[in-house]
Design a protein around this ligand. Sequence first.
Ligand code: NAD
Length: 364
Amino acid sequence: MIQVGINGYGTIGKRVADAVRAQPDMEVVGVAKTRPNFEAGTAIEKGLDLYAAIEKRKPLFAEAGIDIAGDVEELVAASDVVVDACPSGVGADNAEMYREYDTPALLQGGEDADVVDSSFNARSNYDTVEGDDLVRVVSCNTTGLSRLVAPLDEEYGIEKVRTTLVRRGGDPAQSGRGPIDDILPNPVTLPSHHGPDVNTIFPDLDIDTLGLKVPATLMHMHSVNVTLESDATVEEVRDLLEGERRMFVIPEWLGLDGAGAIKELAQDAGRPRADVWENCIWGESITVESGSSTTRAGGETASDLYLFQAIHQESDVVPENVDAIRAVLGTADRAESMATTDEAMGLDDPLAPTRRAVAADGGE
Ligand code: NAD
């Protein structure tokens, strides 16, 4: 069994801990916390050992009547791999500790790419990170874009990606974030950092991204245009994406008109924390304009693909962290790992009641 330590037990850390606990080949050694709050209570309730991330705050745990199994260094020493889910920048500060204990660590998308040996997305570059000391599981938006780019690039070749990212202002519990009543070009300059971040996974990809922030907490929304190098049809693209893991091509009859309805469906389906681990692509939005913009020498035409996809920022990186554990340690190949992860998390039967209803009704 792979022994996994979790340093930072917030939005991402607690989800990764649950996903790791569900795997047949992994165990959670414990989780490191800075303070005794409701999430410390959640960890205890789940039977997880708590480690103190900051030594001088240990008395706070004792005052709250919470037992501590040790210091974070002991957690790192006892782990085969650590998932660092600390706030942006703290992962970089922790890098030295992981190197000192010779424990490979997975940092998250809030860290700079130059802090780590490699950046990771399971679908796109699983095979490239084995043996690395520090691996960054790219951000929610970069994960969502990489999952889309990989099959399109393999099937058609990609000339250029242009994406506008309408980003949630904050997660539901981030009461200090905004905007509350505004629409912000964010950043106002182009490109937003997302394009260059996708290039950490696809170094040769031509991609431009624009970012906005809106008063929403549920999900991000991407408006995507991909100029493909060869001709495609809507049906082919739809089939291709439906055949991919971690893609939910939304059938029209479901009536999912936005992120709120998708989250409601996830709740109805009994998903933990109403998480939506898949890219949610509106099937009706998939549009292809063949040969419209580019005609090459020899008469070969390109296709312009358009679609909308919603990305659940709090959870799409969770299965990616699980795969990154196996990828770094070299304990499974990509197909095996993604299948194991998805089955254990319940991703193999995404939004199950809906799928069953579709099958029973002979629907779309
Ligand atoms: P969070 O604030 O919800 O959780 C971070 C946790 O780490 C908190 O519980 C905090 O108390 C704890 N912490 C702070 N300092 C620590 C330390 N020194 N040692 C141990 N724990 C410490 O943050 P998050 O949203 O889970 O983000 C974590 C990382 O994941 C960031 O890099 C972020 O950019 C990335 N990420 C976040 C999202 C998202 O939408 N929330 C999506 C993808 C990636």
